[in-house]
Each structure stands twice: as structure tokens, then as C-alpha cells.
Design a protein around this ligand. Structure first.
Ligand SMILES: CC(C)(COP(=O)(O)OP(=O)(O)OC[C@H]1O[C@@H](n2cnc3c(N)ncnc32)[C@H](O)[C@@H]1OP(=O)(O)O)[C@@H](O)C(=O)NCCC(=O)NCCS
Length: 138
């Protein structure tokens, strides 16, 4: 049985370890202070899924007051294909409904086939006419 709840400060070490083994490989630089800042800023944004009390997945359902963004969708390899990812996306979308968000988006690597399957199954599609423009700050 999957249960989904907002992460607390006590979850942070486990989540950081979980992301190292389960999340999409990117150029991120995670540490406890950044996750603490997220939870302090929006205590309901970082959602964790548990299967029988074991951390099985995460998603960040970020609402910035304007748009709804999804980050860090990840499910432990041993718990994949059991509906945990879908349940996390559904929980994030439910949260976005409360804000009147009309659309949600996710950053997805072009060659991440696992992610493409899961996002498509949840009703998401790529927008080939958009690209990501970035600048490293600091
Ligand atoms: C992407 C990810 C979160 C999916 O999690 P999951 O719990 O396995 O997803 P679900 O079990 O809810 O699967 C939902 C649907 O997605 C599709 N799907 C998921 N994995 C699939 C696969 N390997 N092959 C084909 N379809 C797949 C299926 O339609 C599935 O429904 P079904 O099992 O009833 O057929 C997981 O694979 C993962 O953590 N990958 C590594 C991290 C990552 O890439 N995250 C995405 C960042 S954008």
C-alpha cells in the first residue's frame, strides 16, 4: 500500500541518499541545506511515497505562484512498476489543483526512456518547439 506525505526535516538524510541511488542523473549539487530551504519555503512541496513505511519514491511539486513544476520524480529501483510513480504524479497534480494551476511541467532528459514511459502514461507530452536556456548563478 503506497502512502504519500510531505517530507519533514527528519527525512532529509534519507532523501539525499535515496536520490543518489534512484533519481535521474543530472548536474545537480544536492545537500541538506538546500532541501531544508525547500521545506522551509514550502512545507508541502516535497512529497515522499512510502511502501510499508519504507521510502519508495519522491517528487517535488513546486508551485511558484504562477506555474506548477515537477522535479525529482524518482522511485527506488526495487519498487518500480508498482504504481508508485503514478501515485506521486497524481498527488502532485492534486496539490496543484488547490492553486488553480492549469498546467504542470517537468524537466525530462531527452534520452531518459524510463521517464518518458512514466510521464506519457500520466498524460504528459514533450514540447519539441521549446528548449531549456540556463545560466549558472553565483
Ligand atoms: C520514471 C519512474 C519514476 C517511474 O516510476 P514507477 O513507479 O516505475 O512508475 P509506475 O509504476 O507508476 O508506472 C506508470 C506507468 O508508466 C509506464 N512505465 C513505467 N516504467 C516503464 C517501463 N520501464 N517500460 C514501459 N512502461 C513503463 C507504464 O505505462 C506504467 O504503467 P503500468 O505499470 O500499469 O504499465 C522510475 O522509473 C524512476 O525512478 N526512474 C529513474 C529516475 C527518473 O528517471 N525519474 C524521472 C525524472 S524526469
Amino acid at each position: 500500500m503506497v502512502t504519500i506525505r510531505p517530507a519533514t526535516h527528519a527525512d532529509i538524510p534519507d532523501i539525499l541518499e535515496f536520490w543518489r541511488r534512484a533519481a535521474e542523473n543530472t548536474d545537480r549539487q544536492d545537500d541538506a541545506s538546500k532541501v531544508t530551504a525547500l521545506i522551509d519555503h514550502d512545507p508541502d512541496a516535497l512529497l515522499v511515497a512510502e511502501l510499508d513505511g519504507v521510502l519508495a519514491g519522491t517528487v517535488i511539486a513546486g508551485w511558484d505562484g504562477w506555474r506548477a513544476h515537477l522535479y525529482r520524480l524518482a522511485v527506488a529501483p526495487e519498487f518500480r512498476r508498482r504504481g508508485v510513480g503514478s501515485a506521486l504524479i497524481a498527488a502532485a497534480e492534486k496539490r496543484f489543483e488547490n492553486f488553480g494551476a492549469f498546467r504542470a511541467d517537468a524537466m525530462v532528459l531527452r534520452d531518459n526512456d524510463l521517464a518518458h514511459h512514466a510521464w506519457k502514461a500520466a498524460g504528459y507530452h514533450a514540447q519539441p518547439h521549446w528548449g531549456r536556456w540556463v545560466k549558472t548563478l553565483g
